[in-house]
Design a binder for this molecule. Structure first.
Ligand code: KIV
Ligand code: ZN
Length: 401
């Protein structure tokens, strides 16, 4: 499902991938510079518009990771994260040296909770930090993103003041993160709408969103924000990221692709590469994708229940809203287990070269259910054994496949 000619008229939502930064910050997901490089190449092939490669001030390894990605990725914008501090911004600028499309992404928290307990700064001090960090970042790159950390728990008037200061200092993208995954979709959409009317020259900057999944709402919030006017979404492969993770890139992209009727936007993502990149990430980190994960989980295109299998054999439209091939998965799987029906069993046996009439199938199906009650999944070897040990009458007078 690559961008099609008829989608030319649609507005494009930029995909900002933060797998290598927010994603790798999560416990168990850290990556070496070499691993980041492999994944960044794949992300560029996938069609990510922006690849956030790391947080250069954090460690030597992170700095190296960013420089490696900068050398390898010449089409995608490469972003480096920096707190709104002089040392951070300069380090990010240094790591991005030589980049084809460099972006400095600078941030500071803006909610009173963070100001009081974490930063111990006044609103006025934070406002001044935003202005000077963005100004300095512009000395290194024309493309500067500012994020108001914990934006969704920030006083709206103050948030608008901060974002206006960032624009005045030269920011080109303004990010409104739901840092702690606190919002519900209607609230987040209202926040984006409210900010659009309060930001000066809102049409000259890109509004961006970055959602965490603490309440399982990251993708829903992201989509609500897109409908309200956000044109960059920050997300990570397999939804990895701090705590419960970031919004999952593959889920956002496929929601936009499948529900274009209600969300008329396109992305530059080659959706057929979603599964390969998801598998590459799992291979690099050693953390497998949960089987019921939307779009890329092992069960995303697997059907076990008899009614579903029967429907799928009659038409895939009955139980699949996208094809497995559209996300890079070879085929639908009809899994044989205790919930399966005769239709799927007969189809699998036929694929193994065993043709049964109705009476024979009934006999084999009975024996199949006995085995399925003991075993979670019946594979081809189990089926062969079932046929080979069957009474001759049960399988067409002793004929073997
Ligand atoms: O969650 C967050 O607020 C962040 C910012 C640095 C964008 O990751
Ligand atoms: Zn985050």
């Amino acid at each position: 499902m690559s961008p099609s000619p008829e989608s030319n008229a649609l507005e494009t939502v930029q995909i900002f991938d933060t797998t290598l930064r927010d994603g790798e910050q999560a416990p168990g997901f850290s990556m070496t510079p070499g691993e980041k490089l492999r994944l960044a190449r794949e992300l560029e092939e996938l069609g990510a518009d922006v690849i956030e490669a790391g947080f250069p001030i954090a460690s030597e390894g992170d700095f190296e990771g960013v420089t490696a990605v900068v050398q390898a990725c010449r089409r995608a914008t490469v972003a480096a994260l920096a707190r709104a501090l002089e040392g951070d911004v300069r380090r990010a600028g240094d790591a991005l040296r030589g980049a084809a499309r460099p972006r400095i992404h600078t941030f500071i928290a803006t909610s009173d909770i963070h100001l009081q307990y974490k930063l111990k700064k006044s609103r006025a001090q934070v406002l001044a930090d935003v202005y000077s960090a963005v100004r300095l970042a512009r000395e290194y790159a024309d493309d500067v993103e500012f994020s108001a950390e914990d934006a969704t728990r920030t006083d709206l008037d103050y948030l608008a003041e901060v974002l206006n200061a960032a624009i005045e200092a030269g920011a080109t993208t303004l990010n409104v993160p739901d840092t702690v995954g606190f919002c519900v979709p209607s609230e987040y959409a209202a926040l984006i709408t409210g900010l659009k009317s309060r930001i000066r020259d809102a049409d000259k900057v890109v509004l961006s969103v970055h959602c965490h999944n603490d309440l399982g709402l990251a993708v829903a919030n992201t989509l609500a924000a897109v409908a309200a006017g956000a044109r960059q979404v920050e997300c990570a492969i397999n939804g990895i990221g701090e705590r419960a993770g970031n919004a999952a890139l593959e889920e956002i992209v496929m929601a936009l692709a499948v529900r274009r009727d209600t969300l008329p936007y396109q992305t530059n993502i080659r959706t057929e590469r979603l599964y390969p990149v998801s598998q590459m990430l799992a291979g690099i980190t050693g953390v497998q994708v949960q089987p019921n994960k939307a779009v890329v989980g092992a069960n995303a295109f697997a059907h076990e229940a008899g009614i579903h299998q029967d429907g799928m054999l009659k038409s895939p439209l009955t139980y699949e809203i996208m094809t497995p091939q559209s996300v890079g998965i070879e085929r639908t799987q009809l899994v044989l287990g205790k919930h399966s029906g005769r239709h799927a069993l007969a189809q699998r046996l036929a694929a193994l070269g065993v043709q049964l009439d109705r009476r024979e199938l009934d006999g084999v199906y009975k024996r199949f259910l006995t085995v399925a009650d003991r075993k979670k999944v019946i594979n081809d070897a189990d089926l062969r054994e079932l046929i080979e040990t069957a009474e001759p009458a049960a399988v067409g007078g002793g004929e073997r496949a």
